[in-house]
Design a protein around this ligand. Structure first.
Ligand SMILES: [Fe+2]
Length: 469
C-alpha cells in the first residue's frame, strides 16, 4: 500500500511507572494489537480500493478506518481526556454511524461519495487518535469506567475488521476483472470430507447468555456485549444437530432439484425476494456453478467446503428441502458451550488462520479430536459425549438460527448514546452464531449474538441443520 498505515509496532509512550495498574497495561497491549490488526488488513489494498461503496449496506474501507477512530474520540477521549481537542470537528458528522444522541450524520448510502478526507488523511486521523488514547491510558488516571468503554471500543473495532473484509469482497466482486483481495493465503486444501450425521442432544432446562456483572472488569477476554445479557433459563426439547456445516456440494444438489424455482421450499417473504431479486444461486457463484469469487479471487468451488454467503431465506429453504430445520440460538449455544469450548474456538478457522475462506471439515481431524475427547474424564454425561461429534461450531461461517434477534428476559438498555449500540436493532432480524473465517478469534464466544436481516447475503453466513429428536 503506497501510504503510511501507522501500524503500532512500537510503544508510542513508555510503559514504566504503572505501579499496580497491571490490568490496564494489558489493555494498552490489546489496544495496540487491535488497532494494528485493522491497519494490517489494509496492506493488500490500493487507495482506490478504499474509497468505493458497492451498495448501501456496505461501507468503504476508509469509512471503517475513520469510524472506528471516531468511536474512541467520541466515547473515550471526549469523556475522559482532559482538555481534549478533536482532530477535526467535521468528522463527527461524517463518521458517526447511527448514534442519534450524538447528533446528525452523513447518510450511510452516500459514504462512497466522500473523496475527502483522503485515505492518507484518514490514517493521519487514526494516528492522532492513537497518540491521544495511549497518552490517556498511560496517564495514570484510569478508572473501571474508562477500561470498560475502551474494551467496548476494541470489540467494536474487531466487528468492523470483519465488515471491512465482507464489504471489500463485495466491492471487488463488482469489478469485471474480479481482482483478489490477497494471494497470501495459508489454505492448503484437499481434506478428506466428513460424512454428515445428526447428533442427539438432551433438552431440559438450560441456561443461556452472560450476566453483565460477569463481564465487568474482566478485561478484553472476559468481555461480552449487552445483548448477551442477562444469563437466564430457557427450556429445550431434545433435538438433533448436524455434526458439521452444509457443504457447497450439498447445496448444489438443492439447486439441481430446482431449489430456486419451487415456491414450496420457501418462506413467503423469501419466495418474494427470490422473484424480485431474481436469485438463482449463491451471490458469489459463477453461472457454471463450478467457480466462486473469494477474497483470493475466482476459485474452483470446493464441494466439501461449507456453503457460504447465504441469506436466511436460502438457508431456511435448503433446510426445508432436506426435511430439516435451522437450530434455535439456544439449541446452538447449549451445544457449543461446555468444558471444551476454548479448545474448539482455538481449533476454528478464523481470520487469524489467513485462509480468507471457509474450509472443508476434516474427517481425520474430527476423528483425532474425538479420540482426545474420549480420553478426558470430564466428558461423562450424554450431552458432553454428543458434543464431541460436533465440528466447525466456531469459525468458517456464521450459522443462521431461526431465532428472532430479541432482548433476553430482563435486558436493560444502557443510558445515553452507548445504549444505542445494540438494543434499538432488536426487531426484524435473525441471530447468527459462531463467527466466521473473517472474524478475529479473540472476538468470539459461545454466547455471542450476531444479527442480520433475512435478505443479507454478503456476510460469511451458512447453515448447520437441526431436527426435532
Ligand atoms: Fe460501528
Amino acid at each position: 500500500m503506497p501510504f503510511q498505515t501507522h501500524i503500532l509496532t512500537e510503544a508510542a509512550r513508555p510503559l514504566e511507572n504503572r505501579g499496580d495498574l497491571e490490568p490496564l497495561r494489558s489493555l494498552i497491549d490489546q489496544y495496540r494489537e487491535v488497532r494494528s490488526a485493522t491497519a494490517a488488513l489494509c496492506e493488500p489494498l490500493a487507495p482506490e480500493d478504499c474509497v468505493i461503496q458497492s451498495m448501501p449496506d456496505a461501507s468503504p474501507t476508509k469509512w471503517h478506518l475513520a469510524h472506528t477512530s471516531w468511536f474512541f474520540e467520541e466515547f473515550v477521549l471526549r469523556a475522559h481526556a482532559r482538555d481534549y481537542r478533536s482532530y477535526d470537528d467535521a468528522f463527527s458528522y461524517l463518521f458517526n454511524s447511527y448514534y442519534e444522541a450524538v447528533g446528525p450524520r452523513h447518510e450511510r448510502p452516500h459514504r462512497g461519495l466522500l473523496s475527502r478526507p483522503t485515505v492518507q488523511q484518514t490514517f493521519a486521523y487514526r494516528a492522532y487518535v492513537d497518540e491521544q488514547m495511549l497518552e490517556l491510558l498511560n496517564g495514570g488516571g484510569e478508572t473501571s469506567d474508562l477500561a470498560r468503554i475502551v474494551t467496548l471500543g476494541l470489540h467494536h473495532e474487531q466487528q468492523h475488521q470483519e465488515l471491512l473484509l465482507t464489504d471489500i469482497k463485495h466491492a471487488l466482486s463488482c469489478n469485471p476483472l474480479l481482482p483478489a483481495y490477497t494471494q497470501d493465503s495459508a489454505f492448503a486444501g484437499g481434506k478428506a470430507p466428513l460424512p454428515l450425521s445428526f447428533i442427539e442432544i438432551d433438552g431440559g432446562l438450560v441456561e443461556a447468555g452472560r450476566n453483565a456483572d460477569q463481564n465487568a472488569d474482566r478485561g478484553f477476554d472476559g468481555f461480552a456485549f449487552d445483548n448477551e445479557s442477562p444469563r437466564h433459563r430457557t427450556y429445550l426439547q431434545p433435538f438433533k444437530l448436524a455434526n458439521r456445516l452444509v457443504t457447497n456440494g450439498e447445496f448444489r444438489e438443492f439447486m439441481a432439484d430446482g431449489g430456486y424455482r419451487h415456491a414450496e421450499f420457501w418462506l413467503s417473504d423469501g419466495w418474494a425476494t427470490v422473484q424480485r431479486e431474481q436469485w438463482t444461486r449463491p451471490i458469489y457463484w459463477q453461472d457454471s456453478l463450478e467457480r466462486e469469487f473469494t477474497l483470493l479471487g475466482l476459485r474452483k468451488l470446493d464441494p466439501n467446503a461449507p456453503v457460504c454467503h447465504l441469506s436466511y431465506y436460502e438457508a431456511d429453504a435448503y433446510a426445508r428441502w432436506r426435511e430439516a430445520r435451522l437450530p434455535t440460538e439456544f439449541e446452538w449455544e447449549h451445544a457449543a458451550s461446555g468444558a471444551r469450548e476454548r479448545a474448539r474456538i482455538a481449533a476454528g478457522n478464523f481470520v487469524d488462520n489467513r485462509n480468507w475462506h471457509p474450509v472443508a471439515a476434516d474427517a481425520a481431524g474430527a476423528l483425532s479430536d474425538r479420540k482426545d475427547m474420549a480420553a478426558r474424564k470430564d466428558m461423562v454425561n450424554r450431552t458432553d459425549t454428543a458434543r464431541e461429534h460436533l465440528v466447525q461450531m466456531f469459525g468458517d461461517v456464521w450459522e443462521w438460527t431461526q431465532s428472532a434477534y430479541s432482548p433476553y428476559p430482563g435486558f436493560v438498555t444502557a443510558a445515553g448514546a452507548i445504549g444505542e449500540y445494540n438494543g434499538k436493532f432488536m426487531v426484524s432480524q435473525l441471530v447468527l452464531r459462531g463467527g466466521s473465517c473473517v472474524t478475529p478469534r479473540s472476538h468470539i464466544r459461545p454466547t455471542y449474538r450476531n444479527f442480520f436481516y433475512p435478505t443479507a447475503r454478503w456476510q460469511f453466513s451458512g447453515v448447520r441443520l437441526a431436527k426435532d429428536a
